[in-house]
Design a protein around this ligand. Structure first.
Ligand code: W6P
Length: 360
């Protein structure tokens, strides 16, 4: 209970860590790493305890085997962290990093497990399940995934700081993240996946501030862009593939820099026919989805797209997760649709470099 209470203000701790990671942690000296390790050793169990508590309360889902499995992973990590001895020397710190890395890997497929739980819930849905209870489940999943991002950013940033620094990188943060390069990379990945599934893929045209770079965590932006491009390509192919001999209308991406310095905005626009208004809310839902039941494969595909014949399931978990990623870093993901024409997705990204403004 004390741990749960202590964690009430964990958002502040996030800020400490994030600001710190851009400032004093940039050199990643032994002393700073010991400090960070001790911070994580205190902070992570608090966050895990919150999730374990929350897992016990969520209706329907708490009794599912997949959710129980996740709970087991969280409890195991919680117990091992609480019992972890003191971290005083460089050797202690190295041992802790090794320990934490193992935990980090163990939690890698938690996302898939929870998606499986939500899928099971969807299958079970009947008249006895009230809407408000489904709402509870949805909100639980939103909290759960948001918390998970926080945990993985903190642990991931610490672990990355211990690696030999790449040029322009501080841990996971790239000081010169290029939206243009990330769109190109995500477009290559999405094209492969689209071609594998449909035998063709629309071209992706990128315009606007193709020269722009700003501090961000590229892996998260890549995930978001890949998700948007997969959806845009799928819609395009499904609407236009019967037009034999004619090229598919391209997916148009614009990179913009709002008011000189505030947000970076990326628009991904397709003319794939749009989303019916009645389906627009489902795009953000874990529980009402139009996706086929291949969610697990879709996620594996996202983590390692060459290993699997990843289906472009779309409208599954990828969009709500992408929006959580955007929001975690004070950004937003918005989808505008013109039914009968196409869809525009906007990613707003807050720059990470101005802590006072971004995290106050
Ligand atoms: C669609 C549905 C969708 C979701 C996200 C991004 C683009 C698109 N296009 O038809």
């Amino acid at each position: 209970h004390a741990l749960v209470k202590a964690g009430r203000h964990s958002a502040d701790n996030d800020n400490l860590m994030r600001n710190g990671s851009l400032n004093q942690y940039s050199s990643a000296s032994g002393k700073v790493l010991i400090q960070a390790a001790n911070f994580l050793c205190d902070e992570l169990p608090v966050r895990l305890a919150h999730r374990i508590n929350d897992l016990d309360k969520v209706p329907f889902m708490r009794d599912m085997p997949s959710v129980q499995l996740v709970k087991g992973i969280y409890i195991n990590s919680f117990v091992d962290l609480v019992r972890y001895g003191s971290i005083a020397t460089n050797e202690d710190e190295a041992a802790f990093a090794h320990f934490l890395n193992k935990k980090y890997e163990k939690h890698a497929n938690v996302l898939i497990q929870m998606a499986r739980g939500a899928y099971e819930l969807r299958q079970q849905q009947n008249d006895q399940v009230e809407f408000s209870q489904l709402q509870d489940c949805h909100e639980f999943l939103d909290r759960f995934y948001m918390s998970r991002i926080g945990i993985r950013v903190l642990a991931g940033q610490y672990l990355a700081l211990r690696q030999t620094p790449l040029p322009d990188y501080i841990g996971m943060i790239c000081l010169r993240t290029s939206p243009y390069e990330l769109v190109r990379q995500a477009a290559r990945d999405a094209t492969k996946m689209c071609q594998r599934k449909y035998g063709e893929a629309p071209e992706v045209q990128i315009n606007g501030r193709t020269d722009l770079t700003f501090p961000y965590i590229p892996t998260y932006l890549h995930y978001i862009l890949l998700e948007l491009l997969k959806n845009a390509m799928r819609a395009t192919v499904e609407r236009h593939s019967d037009a034999t001999g004619r090229a598919l209308p391209p997916v148009q991406v614009i990179v913009a820099d709002e008011h000189d310095n505030e947000d970076v905005v990326i628009k991904v626009a397709d003319v794939g026919g749009g989303i019916p208004r009645s389906n627009l809310k489902k795009v953000w839902s874990y529980l009402f989805t139009t996706a086929d039941p291949k969610i697990q494969e879709d996620f594996i595909g996202d983590r390692d797209h060459d290993a699997q014949n990843s289906p472009l399931a779309g409208l599954g978990f990828g969009l709500p997760i992408s929006r959580s990623y955007a929001r975690y870093f004070n950004g937003e993901l918005t989808i505008m649709s013109m039914e009968g024409w196409g869809t525009d997705a906007y990613v707003h990204l807050a720059r990470l470099e101005d802590p006072d403004q971004e995290f106050s």
